[in-house]
Ligand binder design. Sequence first.
Ligand code: FEO
Length: 398
Amino acid sequence: MKQLSKSVYYTGTLNPNMRVFDVIMRTEYGTSYNSYIIKGASQTALIETSHASFWDTFKEDIDSVLNGRGIDFLILNHTEPDHSGCVARLLQEYPNLTIVCSQPAALYLKNITNIENLKIQIVRDGDTLCLGDKTLRFINAPFLHWPDSMFTWLEEDNFLFSCDFLGCHFCEPEVFDTRIHYPEKYQDALKYYYDCIFGPFPTFVQKGLEKIKDLPIRMICPSHGPILTSREYIANAMWAYKTWSASKANERKLIPLFYCTAYGNTAKLAEAIRKGILRTLPNAEVNAYNLIEHTQDELAALLNSSDAFLIGALTINRDAVPPIWQLLSHVDAINIAKRPAALFGSYGWSGEGFANTAERLKGLKCKLFDEQFKVNFVPSEADLAAAEQFGAEFAKSL
Ligand code: FEO
């Protein structure tokens, strides 16, 4: 427990040992599940709960702050279970509390808690809740990063409870930005968290920033990572989100070719197709990447920021190989929908890897080039010339 102001307390739980979050995120700096208590003159609000596995420490912490006082309102800015995991247990202890949340959150909570007749107060953008001498104002923030997300603004203290927004998986025992021991690692965690959580929603990030930019923010209290109290850290986080979410059109068309190759045949095709693309689009940035020679992060970043891309599929034992699946499972599926894509490659027996990769690209809703360029075993000179022509035709279709 830490006190943020006369009436506001931090009751978050620290999880420094976590190394994977939500299956897909590395968390090399651990995380914290931040929650806060506001003790108003007449009523008390708890903002967020914690991950279910931390119920005991969470309860101990809130009890020490409440000191016998009840909880009137549970504000849920977002219902992902890292924040709502203790709701059902909390309701056993405080059956009379009212949950305050957005309309989508109310729907999700029914199936998250499996409790009928939850006492819920749905709030909309701009609604307020008075705790006596403290006023909470709710700011709708959809897709930051779930449809249910909202921020809560504490008017008298100028504190913004920003949910996942402007937070990160970074566990510092001291909680406050002023006590961050490794600022470079914090910045690294802030960027990685942004990329994974908010990267798919840049337009919504801009809208969210617009809503809070004129607030006289004294403290940003996110749901993960350090509480931002210094002008420097607050400005840094806001600037970073603004920069990262700004729309970025590539100066030159970016058309990467990703391939796997067992005996160099698909690599030869990649090079020929690359030449063909450049014949049509000489100013494009066209490079071929052997998947086993690059990191997943590098490849995913290239694919996500591309204008179009090609996959050189390889078949082993009737399927595409793991690096292809890995690449296509690390993409921003929201923003690569409609992205032009094409398939090519050499195969030995029957080449099922093409059809399976094509299905995956269709599942991602990419705009798949009608023609696939396939060669059985070793490409001849004529095959390489045809591959170059294939590249030129694909480029013309863009
Ligand atoms: Fe920290 Fe989206 O939950």
